[in-house]
Design a protein around this ligand. Structure first.
Ligand code: GDP
Length: 455
């Protein structure tokens, strides 16, 4: 395999930048461009040691930067190959200049995720662990980081592998029994067969159930704040943002455009848009706003419908209420302006989750946070839960589950053991694709194409 190099830190000014080289020729290439001050050559350095020295251009001997070089020797490195990492001053030009020196020293530019891909190909990581590396980088909160870290440590792999191994053992017994009936082997007992299959189904079902909760933590919740003009949507948005953003005025109908912001609510991230109301109107521009608002409501994952609790609901409020009731969406009714008294009966919102707030005074945020968290099940989210990192993993698991269910049905209906074997075998293939043990090159390439260069 070639020796590759990349700048592993963002190309921006900062304290430090790291240029990474990995492959058989990594240390030889590093030696051409790095001279340790101590007099030792790079090729003489032991693994896990570093040296302070000069990055020089071998063409003219000119010093480019003074830097630290760390040496990792195969297989004890991230990639499993010989690796050198140069920590230089964090300038965009410096990093690029050192990268060019690496290229002229015989290295190739690394593809996206190539270091992690090599770690996978060299057996340092399973595919699920490699995917978790990306999740750790993109984690934006404690829970998502923790869950990614656990996957990175191999928890998901072990669970999937555990299911797979039991099925493989079962397949072995089935094969022996089918192939050598005359050997007088103990028949695969019917009850035991079904128990193994249904246990495997149960395990996959649990993992799939937890996926939605995990996704919410990772990607945030697409949220719409809806309500007729002047109920306090912009004020609520500002309260959530912690600063002034939307235009808040006394005149009804000021907030016309859809304004999007991301706010952190406890552990969750809401991707908020504040929309125009959905009232019937003849005004052409307003009509456009209304249809856009309806589209947003239809597409979002959470609706926060805001009403002014200080005056009775009017037809426009009722129109919104019946519209959002009709959508099969997670919904929170916010009764705003609680500081002005309460003129709205809770009976209007029977069966719905209602939170009273005063957006102006910043009151009710905790209740709102708790309501959202409860709606999405993240209040009971167990930080130790194992969750799939992405759609790819989820699809493999769903497909495996489908095949296992078919195998179970075949077993229950007393079909031939051949049918059970074929289905179980197909499920095992899916699980091996999930962990990467039997993933095609195309799948592996697809996974790593989502990484950044230098990771
Ligand atoms: P929007 O049209 O729904 O976005 O409503 P705004 O956020 O622009 O608010 C309309 C008016 O209601 C403004 O004068 C706000 O100051 C006022 N308002 C918003 N929330 C509250 C609240 O909780 N209590 C009181 N007393 N006034 C509020």
């Amino acid at each position: 395999m070639s020796t590759v190099c990349a700048v592993s830190t963002p190309l921006a000014e900062g304290g430090l930048a790291v240029v990474r080289i990995s492959g058989e020729q990594a240390l030889a290439a590093a030696e051409k461009i790095f001279v340790p001050f101590g007099g030792k050559k790079v090729s003489e350095m032991e693994g896990y040691t570093c040296a302070y020295g000069r990055v020089t251009d071998p063409a003219d001997g000119e010093t480019v930067d003074d830097a630290m070089l760390t040496v990792f020797r195969a297989p004890h490195s991230y990639t499993g190959e010989d690796t050198a990492e140069i920590s230089c001053h964090g300038g965009v030009y410096i990093a690029k200049r050192i990268l060019r020196l690496c290229l002229s020293a015989g290295c190739e530019q690394a593809d996206r995720g190539e270091f992690t891909k090599r770690a996978f190909l060299n057996g340092k990581l399973s595919l699920t662990q490699a995917e978790a590396v990306m999740d750790m980088i993109s984690a934006r909160g404690e829970l998502s980081l923790r869950s990614a870290r656990l996957t990175r440590e191999g928890r998901l792999f072990r669970r999937i592998n555990g299911v797979k191994e039991k099925l493989v053992t079962l397949l072995g017994e089935l094969a022996a029994w089918v192939d050598y009936p005359e050997e007088d082997l103990p028949a695969v007992e019917d009850g035991a067969l079904r128990a193994v299959l249904s246990e495997a189904c149960g395990e996959l079902e649990t993992l799939l159930r937890d996926y939605d909760c995990g996704m919410v933590l990772r990607s945030g919740i697409d949220t719409v704040i809806a309500g007729k003009p002047n109920v306090g949507k912009s004020t609520l948005m500002n309260m959530l943002l912690g600063y002034e953003r939307s235009i808040v005025t006394e005149a009804a109908g000021t907030t016309r455009d859809v304004i999007e912001e991301t706010v952190k609510l406890g552990e969750l991230e809401l991707k908020l848009s504040d929309t125009a109301g959905i009232r019937e109107t003849e005004d052409r521009i307003e009509k456009l706003g209304v249809s856009l608002a309806k589209k947003r409501l239809d597409e979002c994952a959470l609706i926060i419908a805001v009403f002014d609790t200080s005056s009775p609901l009017d037809s426009e409020d009722r129109e919104l209420l019946s519209y959002v009731r009709g959508l099969d969406k997670r919904l929170i009714i916010v009764l705003n302006k609680s500081d002005l008294g309460n003129a709205v009966s809770n009976d209007e919102f029977e069966g719905l989750r209602v939170v009273g707030i005063s957006a102006k005074n910043g009151e009710g945020l905790e209740e709102l946070t708790a309501a959202v968290s409860e709606l999405f099940g993240t209040d009971t989210y167990d930080a130790d839960m194992t969750i799939f990192a992405n759609e790819r993993q989820k699809r493999c698991a769903e497909s495996a589950l489908e095949k296992l269910k078919a195998a179970l049905t075949a077993a229950e209906q007393g079909e031939t053991l051949d049918a059970v074997t074929v289905m179980t075998d197909a499920a095992v293939s899916e699980l091996m694709e999930l962990t990467g043990e039997r993933a095609t090159e195309a799948i592996v390439d697809e996974v790593f194409s989502k990484f950044c260069v230098g990771k």
